[in-house]
Design a protein around this ligand. Structure first.
Ligand code: CTP
Ligand code: CA
Length: 230
């Protein structure tokens, strides 16, 4: 592939990466969250910057320390709705959008003004949740000509073929240019340096498969992004 400039193959390319996991407030002291640390998203942002891109990281509760010394613009968000607003604000000016963040599918239907008290509940309590917007689906629907949109799919399915089928269904539902299928589980994917991925395109074909450090995975994903850019 042709080099775009002296600093790297992504010189001047505007890349927006979401990372981490959203937290959906329940009351002033509690939230519904997930285990995403933001490591893979931060690795993507760092690698894109190294290759000359103009990078914005939309960081949802990323582990403290991960973004220390990271020389990119950082927009911090908490909830899925905040992440959605930030991504929609950045998208019109972006050449590449990467949705690495683990966005909560649901949020508490009501956010309480004061702390929920257990005396008001029985021995069992039910929390009502409502669906969050699907940011990736919205970004894909609003995609400009030439803009490259990358989704991630977190799947716990240990069998490769079964995992790919879930990934294929996902990219069929929201046709991003690339879908990075990520194997996650109690002991896979989270809070560690190693990651295993398969990358799908809208037809369902596997265009890349690799495992290694999150930095190595970032390199593989950005190689595909560079090829997909106009
Ligand atoms: N995503 C998003 N907004 C949501 C949920 C997910 O933008 N409300 C994005 C994620 O950032 C990721 C992709 O969609 O890039 C797939 O997320 P994932 O949770 O794997 O899939 P879902 O489509 O949410 O389906 P499910 O959780 O049921 O597997
Ligand atoms: Ca989900």
């Amino acid at each position: 592939t042709a080099a775009r400039g002296e600093q790297g193959d992504l010189a001047g390319v505007r890349v927006v990466v979401s990372a981490g996991g959203t937290r959906e407030p329940l009351d002033p002291v509690r939230f519904v969250g997930n285990r995403s640390s933001g490591r893979q998203g931060v690795a993507l942002a760092a690698e894109a910057a190294r290759r000359g891109a103009d990078v914005t990281l939309v960081a949802a509760n990323t582990d403290p320390g991960l973004t220390e010394g990271l020389a990119v613009r950082i927009v911090r968000v908490g909830s899925a709705q905040e992440l959605a607003s930030a991504m929609h604000a950045e998208a019109p000016e972006a050449d590449v959008l990467v949705m690495t963040a683990a966005v909560a599918d649901y949020r508490p239907a009501e956010v309480l003004e004061s702390k929920l008290k257990k005396e008001q509940q029985g021995d069992r309590m039910t929390l009502e949740l409502v669906k969050n917007p699907d940011v990736l689906a919205e970004l894909v629907a609003a995609r400009r000509v030439g803009q490259v949109v990358v989704g991630f799919a977190a799947e716990t399915e240990p069998d490769r073929e079964a995992r790919l089928e879930l990934g294929r269904a996902k990219i069929a539902r929201k046709p991003a240019d690339l879908l990075v299928v990520n194997h996650v589980g109690w002991s896979h994917g989270f809070e560690r340096e190693e990651n295993a991925i398969e990358v799908l395109v809208p037809g369902g074909e596997v265009v890349r498969e690799t495992s290694g450090t999150k930095a190595e995975v970032a390199t593989a994903v950005l190689d595909l992004v560079a090829t997909a850019l106009p």
